[in-house]
Each structure stands twice: as structure tokens, then as C-alpha cells.
Design a protein around this ligand. Structure first.
Ligand code: HEC
Length: 108
């Protein structure tokens, strides 16, 4: 019956650390997936690695702020003037992973 509270604390901290590293791993995987989808579908117009070199012809995606998430999804699904719509081409998971990639790059 004489079990040390320190043991419980240690177990708790260990469990927390395990959950946190799992999340970090999942987030990294999502960003990597987004980077690759971006490279396949978007970089032609928006520039390699989000470096917009179009001289203003296309939108610089690193200018999107975290609060612009819904605008991002809407523009990607429905297109905008010269920008083709991606509805039916990319699914929501792919679009969200591109968003993660943009955030990871722009918020750095
Ligand atoms: C054929 C070239 C082209 C491709 C490919 C392209 N875009 Fe665009 N994109 C544009 C142009 C041009 C604009 C500027 C549209 C405007 O504001 O008139 C734009 C604008 C945007 C905007 C901003 C729209 C807004 O709300 O102002 C987002 C977000 C965007 N693109 C995301 C993407 C993503 C994500 C991909 C890849 C799935 C992609 N684009 C692929 C040409 C392209």
C-alpha cells in the first residue's frame, strides 16, 4: 500500500510526453503532405516553396493570416479569376494539409 506519489507523477508526465510527441509527429506529417501536394498542384503559379516570384501576377500565399483560413478554403475550392477551382481535384484533407504547410512556412 506504500506507493510513492512520485511514481504516479512520473507516469503522468511520461504519458503526457508521449501524447505530445505523437501530436508533433502527426503535425509534421501533415505539413510534409501539404508541401508535396503544393509542389504538385500550386507551385507552378504560386512559386516553389511558397516563394512567390510572379511579380504580382499570382497571390503571395504567405500573406494569408491564420484568420484567413475560410477564405483560403473557399478560394481553393471555387477558384478566383485566373486561379482554377480545385473542387473535385483535391479533397478537404489535402486542402487542409496545404494550409498547414502555408502556416508552418508563413508563421516561422
Ligand atoms: C494556373 C495558375 C494557378 C495555380 C495552378 C494555382 N493558383 Fe492560386 N491563384 C492564381 C492566381 C492568378 C491568383 C490570383 C487571383 C486573383 O486574386 O485574381 C491566385 C490566388 C490564390 C489564392 C488567394 C485567393 C484570394 O482569396 O484572394 C489562394 C488561397 C490560392 N490561389 C491558392 C492556391 C492553391 C492552394 C493552389 C494549389 C492547389 C493554387 N492556388 C494553384 C493562380 C494559380
Amino acid at each position: 500500500m506504500n506507493r510513492s506519489p512520485a511514481l504516479y507523477v512520473a507516469r503522468f508526465v511520461f504519458a503526457l510526453a508521449a501524447v505530445a510527441s505523437d501530436c508533433a509527429w502527426a503535425a509534421d506529417a501533415k505539413i510534409a503532405a501539404g508541401a508535396s501536394i503544393y509542389g504538385n498542384y500550386c507551385s507552378n503559379c504560386h512559386g516553389d516553396e511558397l516563394r512567390n516570384t510572379s511579380g504580382g501576377a499570382t497571390f503571395d500565399l504567405t500573406r494569408l493570416r491564420p484568420a484567413d483560413h475560410d477564405r483560403f478554403v473557399n478560394s481553393v475550392l471555387n477558384g478566383k479569376t485566373q486561379m482554377p477551382p480545385w473542387r473535385g481535384v483535391l479533397d478537404m484533407e489535402q486542402i487542409e494539409s496545404i494550409w498547414s504547410f502555408i502556416r508552418a512556412t508563413a508563421d516561422r
